[in-house]
Design a protein around this ligand. Structure first.
Ligand code: HDE
Length: 717
């Protein structure tokens, strides 16, 4: 799919040339070349111990060709045995959470030095290009689950800096369900498929999850986010990323600031609608994985701005909430985001397993100039990530090509399963008589922990400020636009409808009365809980900036990398078809021709023809961002006679997608939408461009203006 479009995307402008140059300078990409083999080479097949193999199809065995009989397998066949044994052990344990993911290589560039707050060169040296590897994921489902489910998305970034690897292991939602890491096993047991029947896959829509989050009031803020449109992103490329935890930055003067990390996408934040998400889970379970690969393959490289929120050490206790509490955002009105850099993903992986599956992130991997705070969630995570890699990848996981740093590594960690490095010499300890491999000493550029005074009684509890669980949940709800609120109500209704234990959905509705009575009432009706009558905790109506995703539209409207379907059949109008295709490619978007068949389709002029990318039942409207229907009497007559073609248009309309048509194409749109209540199009015979609920039609055969307007609509959508 992707490559057919690649062949046709030309003239991509200077930004692409720049990116290609950046790629060849990418130290990590260069480093990986040491391990790359080309499976397309003509080299003979060998065993792992290097002998060439003469036959790959038969196990050694007695064969009597005269009597047409064969005997049992010879155990002697070391080649067959090696192949089967290697295959038997191909799988490794999947990640205990975030098992399903997709990843890509890229670069990070700083455009403003943050030297006032940190001494880390990756955040101060604007002349550097730092290689990155980014893995996006869902949390709940297994490795083979669907991409479009309602879930939190992982957003893990590994920076290969000259001072060592730095990982920001974040999510697309800025807060978390729990305050203390000790609760993580319970949270994950509750959200994962239930233990008796392993149901459901990839969703929070079940009794155990809603039971647990009700019993953990601190989860309220995060589950509102998860029920919002952020839980069903249109693309990994259209999500924000948040480090969630509070880190520290240490500057050259040794001063400390508290800090949160934020990624904001150039393409804006966009989501699917729930009906699309549900359908895509069946129609194209790899939708997000393919979307990322396709965009990069077509050189529509996704980009994110990188931002910091910073609080000086002296201001740590100035806020109503504890700034180490990961169930809270730092409202932008109080702590503005300072954008200082940009990340671009510009290279797909060569092999999924060795890169995307074997990459291992650790929150504990930070570089000098960055430090941990006492955020209790972070403290626990710092133990968990390294530990989990041991069962997935073994003790030498940091030697795997995707994980090894691009700067020199030298230490006295030795041996263990799967060790690759061969370290010469007599010395494997410090101090040693040769003074080999010494530490830098303090002030010598090595990692220094910030000297902080941490006092208090040793006890199993948090401080009193940590017990406000609802203010920011209310703040989030209050900050949503009306349409986002409707989506949240629908999401809760769906989820609780999947809970069959009344105590679960009834109690959850009672929790919602602590947020907003109208929300609770609307959900109660659909979920089957008694209608609540009063707001149980006062909601002062506060709002904050940056919570509604509608605030994150692209700075310059763009349809770059959007997938646009062009519906045609035999007898299509070649002028209008060629015009829209050229216009789409001109905007670096991806045109896909959809027809009644995948064989050659002929145009009405008798000379032109085209080979469609897909036939109507091979792909569905859910997989595209917009639809264009060119004219051509015969083409439209055929499409109008097909229920599926009319359904394509109607379904796209229901999913609020821009639809444009020219010439006779208008008739198909008209016919498809005539059955839709409330849909009313241009009056018959009108020759004007009509812009109505995202539908543009032009009845003039000259499609120039329709094309222009439809592109504009896709940008605005
Ligand atoms: Fe994770 N988390 N997590 N998590 N997490 C893992 O590490 C854990 C948390 C996140 O693409 C595991 O390598 C604990 C918050 C991402 O490889 C594991 C706690 C955030 C990924 C683990 C948290 C995340 C993971 C499983 C509570 C957002 C995928 C596999 C204290 C900031 C990384 C692995 C990838 C993966 C533990 C909470 C994000 C078990 C104990 C908060 C994006 O170590």
């Amino acid at each position: 799919m992707a490559s057919s479009v690649t062949d046709r995307v030309k003239n991509l402008g200077e930004s692409v040339v720049e990116s290609v140059t950046a790629m060849t300078e990418n130290k990590k990409v260069a480093d990986l070349q040491r391990n790359i083999k080309d499976s397309h080479s003509k080299q003979h097949n060998t065993t792992d111990y290097g002998i060439k193999i003469s036959d790959l199809d038969h196990w050694l065995k007695p064969v009597d060709e005269k009597n047409n009989t064969i005997g049992p397998h010879a155990l002697e066949d070391q080649i067959a045995r090696e192949r089967i044994m290697r295959f038997d052990h191909e799988r490794i344990p999947e990640r205990v959470v975030h098992a399903r993911g997709a990843a890509a290589h890229g670069t990070f560039k700083l455009y403003e030095s943050a030297e006032d707050v940190t001494s880390a060169p990756v955040l101060t040296d604007t002349s550097r290009t730092t290689p990155v590897f980014v893995r996006f994921s869902t949390v709940q489902g297994s490795r083979g689950s669907a991409d479009s489910v309602r879930d939190v998305r992982g957003f893990a970034v590994k920076f290969y800096t000259d001072e060592g690897n730095w990982d920001i292991v974040g999510n697309d939602i800025p807060v978390f369900f729990i305050q203390e890491s000790i609760k993580f096993p319970d949270l994950i047991h509750a959200v994962k498929p239930e233990p008796d029947n392993e149901v459901p896959q990839g969703q929070t829509a079940h009794n155990n999850f809603w039971d647990f989050v009700y019993l953990h009031k601190e989860a309220t803020h995060m589950f509102l986010w998860a029920m919002s449109d952020r839980g069903i992103p249109r693309s990994y490329r259209m999500m924000q990323g948040f480090g969630v935890n509070t880190f520290c930055l240490i500057n050259a003067k040794g001063e400390r600031h508290f800090c949160k990390f934020i990624w904001t996408p150039e393409l804006g934040v966009h989501s699917l609608v729930w009906d699309e998400a549900l359908k895509l889970a069946g129609q194209d379970p790899d939708f997000h994985r393919k979307d990322l690969y396709e965009a990069i393959d077509n050189k529509a490289y996704p980009k994110w701005k990188f931002g910091l929120q910073v609080i000086a050490e002296k201001d740590e206790h100035k806020f109503d909430f504890d700034i180490l509490d990961s169930t809270k955002v730092w409202p932008e009105e109080l702590v503005p985001i300072r954008y200082i850099g940009e990340m671009e993903l510009n290279r797909n992986v060569d092999e999924y397993f060795t890169e995307t599956e074997q990459v291992a992130f650790c929150t504990s991997h930070i570089v000098p100039g960055i430090d941990f705070s006492n955020d209790p969630l972070l403290q626990g995570r710092n133990f968990s990530y390294f530990d989990t890699q041991l069962s997935r990848l073994g003790i030498n996981w940091q030697e795997l090509p995707i994980n090894r740093p691009v700067c020199p590594v030298m230490n006295f960690n030795r041996d263990g399963q799967g060790r690759h490095t061969i370290t010469k010499g007599k010395i494997n300890y410090w101090p040693n008589r040769y003074e080999a491999n010494p530490p830098t000493g303090h002030g010598g550029g090595g990692f220094e922990s910030y000297p902080s005074q941490d006092l208090g009684m040793k006890q199993r509890k948090l401080a009193p400020k940590w017990t406000d669980y609802l203010s920011q949940a209310q703040l989030f709800w209050n900050s949503m636009t009306p349409i986002e609120k409707v989506h949240i109500i629908n999401a809760f209704s769906f989820e609780l409808d999947h809970c069959d234990d009344p105590i679960v959905y009834e109690r959850l509705v009672s929790r919602l009365t602590e947020i907003d009575l109208s929300l609770a009432t609307a959900v109660a009706e659909k979920a089957g809980a008694p209608t609540p009558t009063k707001q149980t905790v006062a909601n002062p109506g506060n709002k904050a900036k940056g919570l509604s995703q509608l605030e994150y539209m692209p700075e310059t409207p763009t349809i770059k990398s959007r997938r646009i379907a062009i519906l045609i059949a035999d007898g299509y109008d070649a002028v209008s078809y060629d015009a829209i295709k050229a216009a789409i490619l001109g905007q670096l978007a991806l045109p896909f021709t959809i027809s009644t068949k995948r064989q050659e389709v002929k145009a009405s002029n008798g000379t032109s023809s085209t080979k469609p990318d897909h036939f109507l039942n091979g792909q569905r409207s859910t997989m595209f961002d917009a639809i264009f229907v060119p004219g051509g009497e015969q083409s439209i007559k055929t499409l109008m006679s097909l229920g599926l073609a009319r359904f394509w248009v109607r379904e796209a309309f229901a999913h609020l997608k821009p639809i444009a048509a020219s010439g006779e194409g208008v008739k198909l749109v008209d016919a498809a939408l005539s059955e839709v209540e409330g849909a009313k199009l241009a009056t018959a015979g009108s020759t004007d461009i009509v812009d109505w609920y995202g539908v543009v039609t032009a009845q003039k055969p000259d499609t120039g203006s329709a094309v222009k307007d439809s592109i504009k609509l896709v940008k605005d959508a």
